[in-house]
Ligand binder design. Structure first.
Ligand SMILES: Cc1cc2nc3c(=O)[nH]c(=O)nc-3n(C[C@H](O)[C@H](O)[C@H](O)COP(=O)(O)O)c2cc1C
Length: 393
């Protein structure tokens, strides 16, 4: 079953194309999406695009009802968790604030029984106009949520407020709004990404970790109400409220973990930290003439083991990427590193990929999750952590 049911209302503006990417992200992350478009919106992007992305017929007309009693405009929102108008045109904000109901989208908004949010997108002067600002303040008084707008360069060339919120950020905002706050008041420290051990100024020892799992866990934890600090290597995107610290190699990641571990409730080690680093880093770029060169390596500190064996009362979660004997190897790691939980995945089913298939292993149990994208897996892992922390009390 889909995690949430959402209506996306698309109105007429240049940013309508961004609603296609938003739909793709929502569907990929297990949302059930119903698209409703205004007549103007279909001049910017076709209903067919949204039908292909949402897997559902796109609704555009008051007079072509899917409901048995012919009243889609009243029935539609009954079953949904949230309506998001994205992009919301200046015209639509005006209609919404005055209670107009002259097409399907405005009628269903008036008849809604679920919360509504708008993601405005318009020219800076349209946004700043007194009439629009009057409508915005009335809508806020009526309890309509505002996701954006952002400031920046606009399609018309002007610069200022009125741009629709970045699509990925809008997705995270929607997800945050709908997620129960099961990690409220919890402080979580997460390491993420593959470390980079420099050999000379241009070459390095690294690995295939994309950082996707770390960012998925961090963003999902934040949406569940946790206060999140991430120590990361790589270029992943994180929600605005996350404290992000860059640490590209094993040494700097270790230092950053030691600096931030005190006072945390949960430590999740998702980063693929190199087990070895060059004994010595060469300054400049090594030349090819040195044909017989041997690269000398030394082991790095096992950050997870150090945290695991410390007296810290923190709930400790590790990740194990294995090429074989997945469960046995992960259970061994759980024990030797003194962890509360370990998330095990096979390298070829996870590393560097969008999807993953993981098993969550505790001291006395193993839970196999189905293959899913990393956002869905991240939520399931955090729900399990929250469940165990709360039942320990
Ligand atoms: C090329 C073009 C771009 C437009 N872009 C926007 C826009 O970004 N934001 C906006 O509020 N209106 C924009 N408009 C005006 C709306 O499309 C117009 O107000 C329309 O009536 C909105 O209808 P709707 O609110 O029913 O979708 C644009 C119009 C044109 C012709």
């Amino acid at each position: 079953m889909a995690s949430h049911k959402i209506i996306i209302g698309v109105t007429g503006g240049i940013a309508a194309y961004k609603a296609a990417e938003l739909t793709r992200l929502l569907v990929k992350n297990d949302f059930d999406v119903q698209i409703v478009m205004t007549e103007s919106a279909s001049h910017f992007i076709t209903p067919l695009t949204f039908q292909a992305l949402s897997g559902k017929e796109v609704l555009t007309s008051l007079w072509k009802s899917n409901a048995n009693n012919g009243m889609s405009h009243i029935e539609l929102s009954r079953d949904y968790d949230l309506i998001v108008i994205a992009p919301a045109s200046a015209n639509f904000l005006a209609k919404l604030s005055h209670g107009f109901a002259d097409d399907l989208l405005s009628s269903l908004c008036l008849a809604r029984t679920c919360p509504i949010a708008v993601a405005p997108a318009m020219n800076v002067h349209m946004w700043a106009n007194e009439a629009t600002q009057r409508n915005v303040s009335q809508l806020k008084k009526d309890g309509v949520l505002f996701f954006g707008p952002d400031s920046g360069e606009q399609a018309c060339g002007d610069i200022g407020f009125g741009r629709m919120m970045d699509t990925e950020e809008l997705f995270i905002t929607i997800q945050n709004h709908l997620t129960p706050k099961i990690l409220k008041n919890k402080k979580i420290l997460i390491t993420s990404g593959g470390t980079i051990e420099m050999i000379d100024d241009v070459r390095a020892i690294t690995n295939l970790s994309s950082g996707n799992m770390g960012s998925a866990i961090a963003n999902a934890a934040e949406s569940m109400g946790a206060s999140v600090t991430v120590i990361k290597s790589g270029n992943q995107k994180f929600s605005k409220n996350i404290n992000v610290i860059d640490a590209s190699n094993a040494h700097s990641m270790h230092e950053a973990v030691l600096k931030h571990i005190d006072g945390q409730d949960i430590f999740i080690s998702v980063a693929a930290v190199s087990d070895f680093t060059p004994k010595e880093k060469f300054n400049g770029k090594l030349k090819k003439d040195n044909l017989d060169m041997t690269l000398q390596l030394k082991p790095t500190i096992d950050i997870l083991k150090e945290v695991g064996l410390s007296k810290n009362k923190i709930f400790k979660v590790g990740f194990a990427a294995e090429s074989e004997n997945l469960i046995e190897n992960a259970q061994k790691k759980l024990k030797t590193k003194n962890l509360d939980l370990i998330v095990a995945n096979l390298i070829h089913e996870s590393m560097g990929l969008q999807d993953t298939k993981v098993s969550i292993i505790g001291k006395n149990d193993v839970i196999d999750l189905p293959k899913s994208n990393k956002m869905v897996a991240a939520k399931a892992i955090l729900e399990e952590i929250a469940h165990r922390i709360n039942s320990d009390k």
